[in-house]
Write a protein that binds this ligand. Structure first.
Ligand code: 8GP
Length: 791
């Protein structure tokens, strides 16, 4: 289509969508209505290709990516750039009297995820579409996402995230493909809503299929007519609870049941949908594994395994054959070695909610035990590894047994899975565990969030090929010695810092100096990630500045963004502690012209898109061995920030790319931690490290107030009281001295702008390997065995 035709198409389409939806002329429309109409126009624009892509994929072997989370964020800008129709849409809107940039601001983040695992799934969708790979995502359309975080007197308060009203314009329902889901508490329908996933400069349009639960009958008319209005709606409310929020608090029994219900709901709906498509296209169920592979993104969708077997048995296939098909179908990704994240369900909960599925799990368990007995495995080992023991169903073990592939998400993490978390599986099934180091999409995380840097890169490389072939970024390396280029890079960085500064001033009323070093820590709040280590550093720096105001301090702004799980009290206490420190520092005129602390409220994808490009220093400071990979570390690197980090997760691989001299490494290594912890006494660093005692004591000496709730005392105790496996489990005090040295050095080095820019530039040049296109190619070749299917 010519440019002119495209523009006319958008004008016409947007106007008629507005008319159809509101009965009004476009000139009367609100910006939100225009955004919705633009979303529908994009769907109209891709509709034929989308249908054709589905048809093409149904003829071939395909991958189905099951995930409880897809942290998509906004889609519109991404779609306009991918489809190469940005300018035409912009001109069309201009003619209609609207400004595209402000229309795009109307889009709420699709809040369908929580953290790394969810954002990874979204990057994988983008890369699969871009590479024309037959991959479909399956998840839940959470009505209110995770939660919206607000700060009240520095405390995190969770409120519902009203990100979608009754309707969300970018998704399309397919009521004709709804599935009935069998639950002991009452059956429900799963209705699919499809989000088109466009790829960069390709005609293929992939699908993210999100399920919504509906009651079988909208309300009970007899109850209603009898005046029992509450009862009349009970079934409807129960169904709506299923898709109400992501990760409902599971500290109560009801919460646990609801979580399992959600998992079964979307796993069952997805498996039924995949079986339906297979039957329609290939007829014979016995060829299922030839044409389909299902990737289980962590343990949340693992209940799909017994469900698939159960459905095959309903179709007349014997258990043994059905389970062999399952073994050739499923692959499992592990995202964490933290014990609490390897899900287990009380047998009674599973038995009561999905009895028919439970009896299949029992069969799988018996088969596994028999297979292990056959090879003379030690009985104790069999007991430990079996899916059902200790009154619980062990989802990670179920996944590890049945899946044909188990993968970790960075080399170090995979090594730990092999030697530790899953070492029994490694012994019995050597070769099953493999590594797929994570990646991030350079479309969203560089091209679209940092158009200024992208323009510079494109100018230097002569074309935009790098957006699809990120390895080409390496050709930027020679410019590391080009002073003019480094100057241009610093100019871009300043623009991005100004944009963040503006956002912070508007939303929080805090003014920050864009010449200061922007030091940013954005990720979920967890003790192992050690936001507390950063907080202690900042507080110690504050006291040092107070004592020595005349010293030549580098101006710095410390940014945080993090949500804590609603039931994770200690994580919430750390948020309060950081907010207290921010209050103290930002209001102290002795220091607030040198340092400031900004805790960005309700950190989400859209805010991340402003934060990553503005960073000078990227905080990746988890206790070694705990962070499976990290993906924020890659986004920072791509945008020219230097990493301060431990040798953990993918930091190890970043270090492999840029070398020690282009990042700030500190802290105990994983193999050292293993040695140190058994005899570790946190009181030693507490007493010996200059400045440390003073900052740790602020938790109990009244410097800060938690309104007498004992929260800070508990945090203090977690560091200082108990044996080695209790006190300071995450080695915060142990690594403090080394962290302080590294961070002080990063502050001093920042003053040499050109050397700093050179290092940042090397980071950008070396970041290509962390494109999720590379990761997806590895999944495709080693696990999925699917082929490029271009329409
Ligand atoms: C995260 C890991 O913590 C992170 O290191 C990794 O980069 C990311 O997964 C993608 O692989 N893990 C999770 O998000 C996670 O375990 N979430 C569960 C709580 C749901």
């Amino acid at each position: 289509m010519s440019k002119k035709k495209l523009k006319d198409f958008f004008k016409q389409s947007i106007s008629s969508h507005i008319k159809a939806n509101s009965g009004q002329d476009v000139s009367q429309a609100t910006e939100a209505e225009v955004w919705a109409a633009l979303s529908r126009a994009i769907i109209e624009h891709v509709a034929d290709n989308w249908a054709e892509t589905k048809k093409a994929y149904d003829k071939t072997r395909q991958e189905h990516y099951l995930s409880a989370e897809f942290l998509v964020g906004r889609s519109t800008l991404n779609n306009l750039v991918n489809l190469d129709i940005y300018d035409e849409a912009k001109d069309a809107l201009k003619d209609l009297g609207f400004d595209l940039t402000s229309i795009l601001e109307e889009e709420n983040d699709a809040a369908l995820g929580n953290g790394g695992l969810g954002r990874l799934a979204a990057c994988f969708m983008d890369s699969s579409a871009t590479l024309d790979m037959p991959v479909t995502g399956y998840g839940i359309l959470y009505r209110h996402g995770l939660f919206k975080q607000v700060f009240d007197n520095g405390y995190q308060v969770e409120t519902p995230d009203v990100w979608m009203e009754d309707d969300f314009a970018p998704v399309v329902p397919h009521r004709d493909e709804k599935q009935r889901i069998e639950l002991a508490t009452g059956d429900v329908y799963a209705v699919p809503y499809d989000l088109p996933i466009t790829g960069y400069h390709t005609d293929n349009v992939n699908t993210l299929r999100l399920w919504k639960a509906e009651p079988l009958t909208p309300f009970d008319i007899h109850d209603f007519n009898a005046g029992n209005f509450q009862e009349a709606l009970e079934e409807k409310n129960q169904a709506e609870d299923i898709w109400r929020v992501l990760y409902p608090n599971d500290t109560t029994h009801e919460g646990k049941v609801l979580r399992l219900k959600q998992q079964y709901f979307f796993a069952s709906a997805s498996v039924k949908d995949i079986i339906r498509r297979h039957k329609e296209n290939h007829g014979d169920l016995r060829t299922f594994a030839e044409f389909n592979s299902l990737q289980l993104n962590d343990t949340h969708p693992v209940i799909a395994i017994p469900e698939l077997i159960r459905l095959f048995m309903e179709e007349g296939i014997e258990f043994d054959e059905a389970s062999e098909i399952a073994k050739a179908t499923f692959a499992y990704t592990n995202h964490t070695v933290l014990a609490e994240a390897l899900e287990k369900w009380d047998i009674n909960i599973v038995k009561e909610l999905i009895p028919n599925v439970y009896s299949v799990i029992e069969k799988i368990d018996a088969k596994f035990r028999a297979e292990l007995a056959e090879i003379d495995a030690h009985p104790g080992k069999i007991e430990y590894m079996s899916m059902i023991h200790d009154g619980q169903v062990h989802m990670a073990w179920l996944a590890s047994y049945v899946s044909y592939s188990i993968n970790g998400v960075a080399q170090l993490h995979t090594d730990i899975l092999r030697k530790d978390t899953l070492h029994d599986w490694e012994d019995i099934y050597p070769g099953k565990i493999n590594n797929k180091t994570n990646g991030v999409t350079p479309r969203r995380w560089l091209r679209n969030t940092n158009p200024e840097l992208s323009a510079l890169i494109t100018k230097l490389l002569g074309n935009e090929d790098w957006v699809k072939h990120a390895d080409k970024l390496e050709e930027l390396l020679p410019f590391a010695d080009d002073k003019k280029v480094l100057k241009q890079f610093l100019d871009v960085k300043k623009i991005k810092k100004q944009q963040l500064a503006d956002m912070v001033e508007t939303s929080l009323g805090i003014k920050v100096d864009v010449d200061a070093q922007f030091d940013i820590m954005i990720k979920r709040l967890h003790e192992y990630k050690r936001q507390l280590l950063d907080a202690f550093y900042i507080l110690d720096l504050y006291y040092r500045i107070k004592e020595n105001p005349q010293e030549d301090w580098t101006p710095r702004v410390f940014f945080f963004g993090a949500k804590a799980a609603s039931g994770y009290v200690r994580a919430k206490t750390i948020i309060k502690f950081i907010n207290e420190i921010a209050e103290l520092i930002n209001n102290d005129s002795d220091v607030n012209n040198i340092i400031k602390v900004v805790f960005v409220e309700n950190y989400n994808v859209s805010k991340a898109e402003v934060l990553f490009p503005a960073a000078d220093l990227s905080e990746q400071i988890s206790m070694a061995g705990k962070e499976a990979s990290g993906t924020g570390n890659m986004k920072f690197m791509m945008n020219g920030a230097l990493t301060i980090g431990t040798l953990d997760g993918a930091n190890v691989e970043i270090n492999g790319q840029v070398g020690d001299e282009n990042m700030f490494l500190f802290g105990a290594k994983e193999e050292e931690i293993v040695e140190i912890l058994p005899s570790y006494d946190p009181k030693v660093p507490y007493e010996k490290t200059p400045g440390l005692k003073r900052v740790v004591d602020t938790l109990i000496d009244g410097t800060f107030s938690d309104d007498n709730q004992g929260l800070f005392q508990d945090l203090y105790n977690s560091l200082m009281v108990g044996d080695w496996d209790q006190a300071d489990q995450y080695y915060v005090l142990g690594d403090f001295a080394s962290y302080r040295e590294a961070k002080d050095r990063a502050a001093v080095e920042f003053n040499d702008k050109e050397t700093w820019a050179r290092k940042a530039w090397i980071n950008i040049s070396k970041s290509g390997v962390f494109s999720s296109d590379r990761t997806i190619r590895e999944y495709v070749e080693d696990i999925w065995k699917i082929e490029e299917t271009k329409i």
